[in-house]
Design a protein around this ligand. Structure first.
Ligand SMILES: Cc1cc2nc3c(=O)[nH]c(=O)nc-3n(C[C@H](O)[C@H](O)[C@H](O)COP(=O)(O)OP(=O)(O)OC[C@H]3O[C@@H](n4cnc5c(N)ncnc54)[C@H](O)[C@@H]3O)c2cc1C
Length: 496
C-alpha cells in the first residue's frame, strides 16, 4: 500500500455510510476514503430496529444522541415483544435489562424458581426494570441513579443521510453513479479498480463491499461462496410497508408470529415501519401480503415492497483486498435486530486489522475467524425462537418444531431444560438474561433448579425477592411516559 491507503466503499446504505463515517472520524488523517453509490439502485430501505450495542458504537464516533435521534425520528427501544411465538395467544418480552441479581454460583432465576416453590406468585419480569418499563410504556435514561439499558428505532433512510452529511463534512469523497465493471489485477486477483457508468475509473488499495444482497464485489467479481443456512432458517422473503402511527410509540419492537411467518412493527416518531418475513416454501407472496395488511394498525403510507434473501453467510467475508460488510456479507432475519450491530462490529474489526503494510492475508484470516464465530452465536439464538415452540397450526411451524438444530444450540437447550443452566454466549452479545427470557418465553422450562437457592432460608429468600421487586417497581413508577420523554429530549426534525 502507499503511505495513505485508499479505501473505496461501494454502496451507500447503512453499511456503507457507517463504514465511511467510522473510518473518517477515527482514522481520517491516515486514510483516503471514497464512497460510491447509486441513487438509481437505492438502498434496501429497512433495518430500523437496533440493540443496545449501538450506543457504544455511537459513543466511539462521538455521535450526539439528541441530534441523531431528532434527525432520524428515533424512538427508544427497551426490548422486543414476542406475540404468539411459543404458543398461540402467548406472549413475552425479551428486554435488554438484567433480571434480578445472580452471583458467581448461579443465576437469579434459580432463586426465583425456589421462591415459587415457597409460595411466591409473581413472574420473573417483576425483577427487571427495563421489562416492566417497556410494558408500562415508560422511559428515561435513568431511573433514579440506575441507568436504563436501551437501544433505538430509527428511520433507515434518514440515518444514511445523517451519516452521509457527517462523513462528507470530514472529507469522505462521494461519487454518484453505477459501478458497471470490477477490474482485477491479473497477477494476484486483487481488485484494482471499478468502472462507473459515468465513465470514471476508481482505483483503490482496499475495497469495502457494501453493495447489499448482490455482493457486487465479493460475490459477482470475486466469486466468494455463500454458506446457506436455510435448512435452519427457512425464510427467504419479506415485504415491507410503512404506515401512519395511530397509537403512541411503545418503547419496544413488536414481533408477531402468524401461521405463515412473522411480522415486525417498529414505532418511529413520525410513522411505523412494518413488514412480514416468510418462506416461499410455506406461503405465497399473496398470502403474505394479505396477512401483513390485515394486521397493520394504521393506514398505509407506501405499498408493500418485496424483498428476497438467502439466510447464511459469505464463506470468506474478507477475501483478497475486498471486505464485505452488511447484506453483502450474509444475512440473518431481523428477529433480534442484529444486522446493524454486525455492521458495527465488522467496522471495528476492520479498523483494528487494517494492514498498513498492504499484506491482507493474515488480517483476513483473523477477521474471518472472528466474524464467523460471532455470526454463528447469533444464528443459534435466532433458531431458538422457531425451534422451541408448541405451535402446530401450519406447515411452517411443523417444519421448525421438528427440524434438527445445530449441536451448539441443542446442547444449550438440553442443559437448560435439565437443570436450568444458561450457557454464556460465546461472543457475549446475548447475555444470560437474553437466553433466559427467550427460552422461558418460548416455553422451555427447567425441570430442576441448582441447589444454590436451598442455601438460603426460605424467609430470607422471599424477603430478598420482595426487596428487588420493590426496587424495580419504584424505578418504573419514577419514569415518565416514553412519548413525553421523547418530546422534551429529541423531537423529530425530519419531514419524510
Ligand atoms: C426485511 C429486512 C428487515 C431488516 N430489519 C432490520 C432491523 O430491524 N435491524 C437491523 O439491524 N437490520 C435489519 N435488516 C438488515 C439491514 O436492513 C441491513 O443490514 C442494513 O440496511 C445494511 O444494508 P446495506 O447497506 O448492506 O445494503 P443496502 O441498503 O442494500 O445498500 C446497498 C448500496 O449499494 C449500492 N449499490 C448496489 N449496486 C451498486 C452499483 N452497481 N453501483 C453503485 N452502487 C451500488 C446501492 O445504491 C446502495 O447504496 C433488515 C433486512 C431486511 C431484508
Amino acid at each position: 500500500m502507499t503511505k495513505k491507503p485508499k479505501v473505496v466503499i461501494v454502496g451507500g446504505g447503512t453499511a456503507g455510510w457507517l463504514t465511511a463515517y467510522a473510518l473518517v472520524k477515527r482514522m481520517g488523517p491516515v486514510l483516503d476514503i471514497t464512497l460510491v453509490e447509486s441513487d438509481q439502485i437505492g438502498t434496501v430501505g429497512v433495518g430500523e430496529a437496533t440493540i443496545p450495542t449501538m450506543r457504544s458504537f455511537h459513543g466511539l464516533l462521538e455521535i450526539d444522541e439528541r441530534e441523531f435521534m431528532a434527525a432520524t425520528s428515533a424512538t427508544f427501544k427497551l426490548g422486543i415483544y414476542f406475540d404468539n411465538w411459543g404458543a398461540q395467544n402467548d406472549s413475552y418480552l425479551h428486554s435488554f435489562g438484567v433480571i434480578g441479581q445472580g452471583n458467581w454460583l448461579t443465576e437469579f432465576h434459580t432463586y426465583w424458581m425456589q421462591a415459587v416453590k415457597h409460595g411466591y406468585q409473581g413472574d420473573l419480569g417483576d425483577f427487571c426494570l427495563e421489562l416492566r418499563a417497556a410494558e408500562a410504556g415508560k422511559f428515561a435514561l435513568k431511573a433514579g441513579n440506575t441507568p436504563v439499558n436501551y437501544a433505538y428505532h430509527l428511520d433507515a433512510t434518514a440515518y444514511a443521510r445523517y451519516l452521509r452529511n457527517k462523513s462528507e463534512s470530514l472529507g469522505v469523497k462521494r461519487i454518484e453513479g453505477k459501478v458497471t465493471q470490477v477490474n482485477l489485477n491479473p497477477n494476484n486477483g486483487y481488485i484494482s479498480s471499478v468502472d462507473m457508468d459515468n465513465g470514471r475509473n476508481i482505483c483503490g488499495d482496499m475495497f469495502v463491499d457494501c453493495s447489499g444482497f448482490r455482493g457486487l464485489l465479493i460475490n459477482e467479481a470475486l466469486g466468494v461462496e455463500y454458506e446457506d443456512w436455510s435448512h435452519w432458517l427457512a425464510a427467504d422473503s419479506a415485504q415491507a410497508v410503512q404506515t401512519e402511527s395511530t397509537v403512541l410509540p411503545p418503547p419496544y419492537t413488536k414481533a408477531i408470529a402468524h401461521p405463515i411467518g412473522w411480522q415486525w412493527r417498529i414505532p418511529l416518531q413520525h410513522r411505523t415501519g412494518n413488514g412480514i418475513v416468510y418462506s416461499s416454501h410455506h406461503a405465497s407472496d399473496e398470502q403474505a401480503t394479505n396477512t401483513l395488511v390485515q394486521h397493520l394498525q394504521g393506514p398505509m403510507l407506501t405499498e408493500p415492497r418485496q424483498i428476497r434473501f438467502t439466510t447464511g453467510r459469505r464463506k470468506q467475508p474478507w477475501y483478497k483486498n475486498c471486505l464485505s460488510i452488511g447484506l453483502s456479507s450474509g444475512f440473518l432475519e431481523p428477529l433480534e435486530s442484529t444486522s446493524i450491530h454486525l455492521i458495527t462490529t465488522s467496522i471495528v474489526r476492520l479498523m483494528r486489522l487494517l494492514p498498513f503494510d498492504g499484506q491482507m492475508e493474515l488480517s483476513a484470516a483473523s477477521y474471518n475467524e472472528e466474524t464467523i464465530r460471532e455470526l454463528e452465536a447469533i444464528r443459534d439464538f435466532i433458531i431458538l425462537h422457531y425451534k422451541q415452540t408448541a405451535r402446530n397450526d401450519s406447515s411452517m411451524w411443523n417444519f421448525y418444531r421438528e427440524m434438527d438444530v445445530p449441536d451448539s444450540l441443542r446442547h444449550r437447550m438440553e442443559i437448560f431444560k435439565a437443570n436450568g443452566y444458561v450457557t454464556p454466549d460465546a461472543v457475549n452479545l446475548f447475555r444470560v438474561d437474553s437466553w433466559l427470557q427467550v427460552m422461558m418465553g418460548q416455553g422451555l422450562l427447567p425441570q430442576h433448579a441448582h441447589g444454590a437457592a436451598d442455601l438460603m432460608p426460605p424467609q430470607a429468600l422471599l424477603q430478598q425477592m420482595q426487596q428487588i421487586k420493590t426496587f424495580v417497581k419504584k424505578g418504573v413508577d419514577s419514569l415518565p411516559p416514553h412519548h413525553e420523554f421523547i418530546k422534551q429530549y429529541c423531537p423529530a426534525k425530519i419531514a419524510s
